[in-house]
Design a protein around this ligand. Structure first.
Ligand code: PEP
Ligand code: MN
Length: 363
């Protein structure tokens, strides 16, 4: 397990809020947003995109360097640290020149190890927090690799942002959350802060509160939420930006839970229930062992009869029956399908081993 680094973006039970517009559009828009966020205390870092990595050309591609001057003004006027997205070494150099406090790397950039390495090279010797958004595709190692490249450049204030993953089937979301991916990142890297970006996950302002709460329930360290004084007129990501007032409601309504509790009755009950789960898990393992022993016997039977190990029809029938049973018991059919795919493939392996032994014996 990785050592906890001293860097955590948030204090315990105190999520950070990275809020501000998707893009800096005008000086007035940037300062007006910052003023509202400051007044309502919903901004730990003020975010704004200056260079916008748009999926299609001819979309608004950001105001460029002048936006950094506006961010500097936000910092000086409202004493809020400011954050900006970087996608190339020249962006890093300019952000450092304007004393931007935190940089994040966007999803399209994380997907390219070449770009990540170039950014890492530009960051060598610097001391600035960097947040790495997940790559657009759900490949955890690409995300981890991006983080590691930045760390290797000597940056130790590093975190991650979960913004969901592109796919053909989006469902209601712009980017599928696939929560197991950031949860696995949290398991592998407990030493870094993981922030959730409900704006880019949902793509729709009305769904942000729900995803924000879910992220808090999963113990994320904070939220990145795009905020604009007049979202309908925003030049980028209009449908997912919220007004500062809307943001205030989202933040006020969040229920922040504790990671643990020292209440004795809670601890006793939890211990009791966990002991029950442990016993059930032991039984599951024992049952899997018994099932494996029967697979060995089936393997021997098929071997003696010169029959193939795998029968497609049996696999389909088995899956259909297990899913029917799961449904009648109120158990997730997806879970049962996944579980029995593994169990069945293990059974095939066991039977293959029976044959292997036979062919070795006959050599
Ligand atoms: C953004 O934060 O505005 C942005 C471009 O995000 P992403 O990289 O998640 O698309
Ligand atoms: Mn955006």
């Amino acid at each position: 397990m990785t050592e906890k680094s001293p860097f955590k973006l948030n204090e315990k039970n105190n999520p950070i809020f990275i809020t501000g517009p998707c893009s800096a559009e005008t000086r007035e828009q940037v300062l007006e947003t910052a003023k509202s966020l400051k007044e309502q205390n919903t901004c730990t870092y003020f975010r704004s995109g200056i260079w916008k990595p748009r999926t299609r050309p001819n979309s608004f591609e950001g105001v460029g360097e002048v936006g950094l001057k506006w961010l500097k003004e936000v910092k000086e006027t409202y004493q809020i640290p400011v954050a900006c997205e970087v996608a190339m070494p020249s962006h890093v150099d300019l952000c450092l020149k304007y004393n931007i406090d935190l940089l994040w790397i966007g999803a399209r950039t994380t997907a390219s190890p070449f770009a990540m390495q170039e950014i890492a090279n530009a960051l060598k010797g610097q001391n600035i927090p960097i947040l790495v958004k997940n790559p657009i595709n759900a490949e955890l190692s690409l995300w981890l690799g991006g983080i590691e490249r930045i760390e290797k450049a000597g940056i130790n204030q590093i975190g991650a942002i979960h913004r969901g993953f592109s796919g053909i089937e989006h469902g209601v979301y712009r980017n599928m959350p696939m929560w197991h991916v950031p949860m696995e990142l949290k398991r592998l890297r407990p030493d870094i802060s993981v922030i959730c970006d409900p704006s880019h996950i949902t793509g729709k302002r009305d769904l942000i509160a729900k995803i924000a709460q879910y992220a808090m329930d999963l113990n994320f360290d904070g939220l990145m939420i795009e905020t604009h004084p007049t979202p309908q007129e925003a030049l980028s990501d209009s449908a997912q930006q919220v007004t500062p007032e809307h943001l205030k409601t989202i933040v006020n309504d969040l229920i922040i839970k504790n990671e643990s509790s020292h209440n004795k009755s809670y601890e006793n009950q939890l211990e009791f229930l966990r002991a029950k789960i442990d016993r059930i898990d032991d039984e599951i393992i024992e049952l899997i062992k018994s099932r494996g022993d029967i697979s060995t016997q089936i393997g021997e039977l098929k071997r003696d009869e010169n029959v193939t190990i795998f029968q497609q029809g049996r696999m389909e029938e088995l899956m259909r029956l297990r899913k029917e049973r799961a449904k009648s018991q109120g158990v997730s059919t997806d879970l049962i399908e996944n579980l029995f795919t593994h169990i069945h493939s293990d059974s095939v392996n066991i039977q293959a081993k029976v044959l292997e032994k036979e062919s070795q014996a006959s050599k």
